[in-house]
Design a protein around this ligand. Structure first.
Ligand SMILES: [Zn+2]
Length: 210
């Protein structure tokens, strides 16, 4: 954009919109919107499909980055399959949004996630591992959701999640959730204990036998 100094009120914004482009995928041709947090330089994206600014509730996923699950096919968690299922569901409806927030490893970062996985290799569960490293069980912050939705013209969500904390975080942020859409993922021998811990210690809404 312009090389002039931005006005003072822009500097204070928590999130700045940068640009948008097309993103063709296996399932649909999405629009990809890029944002940056001026305070930290962290980059975030949103994918949208169809007219999301028409005032009707939008099928949406608020997904926090998980490099191992999203990009490296890890079976240790359910992030990759959740991401894929969310994009497929949006494609099936021909309308929706995916906010991709760069807060890796429930907010502890990639390197600490490797440390936490090491502790889990030695027997800790996902919550114990984070706590042993000195972190809370879940450090994710959803404060960017509201400015992102506002930029996209989205007023109300049909939110795809199994996480009641995410639903209550949206309430706290005054983001309207018109409907809660579960995202049930198949279990495997590697994510089974992780998913059980999510249910027992983090309150996720997953049926234990699934
Ligand atoms: Zn993951």
């Amino acid at each position: 954009m312009s090389s002039n100094n931005p006005p003072v009120e822009q500097v204070k914004l928590a999130l700045e919109y940068v640009d948008s482009c097309n993103l063709p995928t296996t399932w649909a041709n999405f629009r990809m919107h890029a944002f940056v947090e001026p305070a930290t330089g962290k980059e975030h994206i949103a994918l949208t499909l169809g007219d999301v600014a028409d005032g009707k509730p939008v099928l949406a996923r608020i997904h926090s980055e998980c490099l191992t699950g999203d990009a490296l096919f890890s079976l240790r968690c359910d992030c990759g399959p959740q991401l894929e299922m969310a994009l497929k569901k949006i494609a099936d409806e021909g309308r929706g949004a995916l906010l991709y927030l760069r807060q890796e490893g429930r907010g502890i970062g990639l390197l600490n996630k490797v440390r936490a996985y090491h502790l889990q290799d030695d027997g800790a569960d996902t919550v114990e591992a984070n706590q042993r490293l000195g972190f809370a069980a879940d450090l994710r912050n959803y404060s960017l959701v509201e400015p992102m939705l506002q930029h996209l013209g989205i007023h109300s969500l049909r939110l795809m999640t199994n996480n009641p904390r995410k639903l209550s975080a949206m309430e706290g942020l005054k983001v309207t959730v018109a409907e809660h859409v579960p995202l049930i993922i198949e279990r495997n021998p590697y994510n089974d204990r992780y998913l059980n811990t999510k249910v027992s210690k983090l309150g996720h809404m997953l049926s234990p036998e699934l």
